[in-house]
Design a protein around this ligand. Structure first.
Ligand SMILES: Nc1ncnc2c1ncn2[C@@H]1O[C@H](COP(=O)(O)OP(=O)(O)O)[C@@H](O)[C@H]1O
Ligand SMILES: [Mg+2]
Length: 254
C-alpha cells in the first residue's frame, strides 16, 4: 500500500515579488515499509520537498496524499493531529526546548497527543525505553545543552518515535555527525525501518543512501532519476552497494 502519493507537486516561493519555482511537477509515491533517500545538489529543493509532503509547509499546486488523505483538504487541526500522531520528524535545526530536560523533550509530543491516554508515569517509562534502545539513557535528566551532537541527534530520533509514527521524515539526520556517530544513527534508523516504520530522508552521504531501498535524485526541482536497491541486510554488502550507487550518482551528475 502507498503511504505517500505525490502528484504534480509544485512549490513556488515569492520573495520581493519575484517567483522562485522550487518544485516543478514532482510525481512519486512511497509504499509502506520503504526507506527512501533524497539526494541532489544544494538548493535543488530537497528540504522543500520534505516540508511540503509532510504538511510542514503548504503546496502551491498538485496533490499530496498521506495514508489516503489529501493533506491540503484537512483542517489546520486535523493536519496538526496527523503530523503529531502519524509522522515523526528529524530536522537539522533540532528545535529542542532549552528549558526542558532531554527526557521531557522526547516525551513532549506524547503529552500533546489526543490519541494517547496514558499516565505521565507510563509516558516516562516509554521515553526511558526508547532512550535505552538508542543508548542515551544516561542523559535523560540532562539539560539539552549538556549533551553531545551525536546524543542530541539520537534524542531527536527518540522524540520522532515517541508517538509510534507510520512514517519518519528526516532532513540530513547525520549531517552534523562524525563518521562513527553517523553510522550508529543510521543503524538505528535502519532498525526502525526493518521494524516497519517508513522513512524518507535527505542526505549528501553515499554511505547513508546506500542503506536505503531507493534513492531519488533531484535537480532543480525535478526528480531526475530513481535508483532501487535491495533491502539492506548486512554490512558485508555495503561496499558493493556504495560502489553501484556511486556509479549511478556519477551518471546523474553528482
Ligand atoms: N522558506 C523559504 N522561503 C523562500 N525561499 C525558500 C524557502 N526555503 C527554501 N527556499 C528556496 O528554495 C530553493 C530550494 O531550497 P531547499 O529546498 O532548501 O534546497 P536543498 O534542501 O536541496 O538544499 C532555494 O533556492 C531556497 O532559497
Ligand atoms: Mg536542505
Amino acid at each position: 500500500m502507498n503511504i505517500l502519493e505525490v502528484k504534480d507537486l509544485c512549490k513556488t516561493y515569492i520573495i520581493n515579488k519575484r517567483q522562485n519555482n522550487v518544485l516543478k511537477n514532482v510525481n512519486f509515491s512511497v509504499s509502506e515499509g520503504e526507506m527512501v533517500a533524497i539526494m541532489g545538489p544544494s538548493g535543488s529543493g530537497k528540504s522543500t520537498l520534505l516540508y511540503t509532503v509532510s504538511g510542514m509547509d503548504t503546496l502551491t499546486a498538485g496533490e499530496v496524499k498521506f495514508c489516503g488523505k489529501d493533506i491540503a483538504k484537512l483542517s489546520e487541526k486535523e493536519l496538526a493531529g496527523l503530523r503529531l500522531d502519524e509522522m515523526g520528524f528529524i530536522f537539522q535545526q533540532m528545535h529542542m526546548l532549552k528549558n526542558l530536560t532531554v527526557l521531557d523533550n522526547i516525551i513532549l509530543p506524547a503529552t500533546q497527543s489526543e490519541k494517547a491516554n496514558e499516565t505521565r508515569k507510563e509516558t516516562v517509562q516509554r521515553g526511558h525505553e526508547l532512550m535505552r534502545k538508542l543508548g542515551i539513557i544516561d542523559i535523560a535528566d540532562n539539560d539539552i545543552n549538556e549533551v553531545s551532537g551525536g546524543q542530541l541527534q539520537r534524542a531527536c530520533i527518540c522524540r520522532s518515535m515517541i508517538n509510534n509514527p507510520k512514517m519518519i521524515f528526516a532532513d540530513e539526520p547525520t549531517g552534523a555527525l562524525n563518521r562513527t556517530s553517523s553510522d550508529e544513527v543510521m543503524a538505528e534508523l535502519a532498525k526502525l525501518n526493518s521494524d516497519g516504520t517508513t522513512i524518507m530522508l535527505v542526505t549528501h552521504d553515499v554511505k547513508v543512501a546506500a542503506r536505503c531501498t531507493r534513492v531519488m535524485y533531484i535537480v532543480d526541482g525535478n526528480i531526475k532519476g530513481e535508483y532501487n536497491l535491495n533491502r539492506y541486510e548486512n554490512e558485508s554488502q555495503m561496499r558493493e552497494r556504495e560502489r553501484a550507487l556511486n556509479n549511478w550518482l556519477m551518471e546523474m551528475g553528482w
